[in-house]
Design a protein around this ligand. Sequence first.
Ligand code: CA
Ligand code: CA
Ligand code: CA
Ligand code: CA
Length: 402
Amino acid sequence: MSKLAEVAVCAALLLSALPNTPTARAEGPGPAIIQGPPPGWEIVKITDDPEQDRRVAMNNVGQIVFSKRAIPNPGGTREEIYLYDNGKLRKLTDDILADQSPDINDAGVIVWIKKEPGTNEHEVMRYIDGMIEQLTDDLLDQFGPSIGNDGTIIWPTRFEFGWAELFRYVEGKTTQITSNGLSNQCVTINASGDYAWVRYEFNLSPWVSTIMCSINGEVHETSDGTTQAQGCGINDAGTTVWHDDAGVLMRANGMISVLPNSFNGRGPRINNAGDVLYGLSLGDFGSGMLFKDGQTYQLINSPEQAAAGFDLSDSGEAALGMGVFPEIDIALLWRIRDPGDFTGDGIVDRFDFESMQNCMSNVECGVQMPPVCLNVFDLDLDGDIDFRDFALFQRLVTPAIN
Ligand SMILES: [Ca+2]
Ligand SMILES: [Ca+2]
Ligand SMILES: [Ca+2]
Ligand SMILES: [Ca+2]
């Protein structure tokens, strides 16, 4: 426990009163659920293998991180962090420790946890400028880190069962930011450094939880603490989303509303366009549900593509875990591309050629080519990308105006 003393402990944050106490819980019947992605969007595959891809996260420049767990996996140690970036897939870790639970910011800085050898506890790791660093070194269990666009990292540290406090890392310095003796976890940071989390009271039976958020340094109770509120997300406007027995809830401008069709919804994420992505159990399997422009889209309708975790970017793209447990792959919801236009800007140019080169670099770097590469660049439809496809690609290149 002596290592704990190295961590600067600040005074408990003041729990300020809410500016507007929410009372209304508006729930309209809403329009019917629409099957499949929104018009003009499709789901493509980033991975397709027998292993288990877990805890996917994406940023606003299209980069996706996840961990890949071997099946079978004796001792649970064969799990590594992968980064997908514009057609290129790379394995960032390669050791006999479990690397898991990654998050990524818009600068491409990645945080995750690594299991300590011979123990059940973890340390926080960071990938920055091509280097891997260890940010914690103690006998306590760190888990579920989140990174903001300014590089701030927040994670929960478990002191004992039912007791976890949040810690914040800024430029080499770690500070404890909650001190309430409860279980604080599931933290999400927005671009302004505001963050939301879930404060569980596991000492009560049945347990209850409260959605908490820190906006401009002031801590608020976002939900009323009488329900089993979980799975929170926050966008840059401070709008928070979570779920409880009523469905998926959103708090914006002091008003709490329940999303239509969201009963039994789980683990929502929200982007800066106000789109909300959440999971919904449909009996046999779960689907990702996208609430966008007032409509609810059921992204998939097949047990073979059952949803297993997801994240959402500001452009409306989403990274999704999909498959039949334990064989989960990573998929991407994006705008339907024309042949050769990997970047999706409506023209075929040198930036798409760069994506094509990324796609072709995977196998020599020891990873599978993301299937999405074939969707766009296998122009002769024979299952590969080779010189014949390149010849066809050249004919597609949009002529320069000047
Ligand atoms: Ca590993
Ligand atoms: Ca530790
Ligand atoms: Ca393009
Ligand atoms: Ca081909």
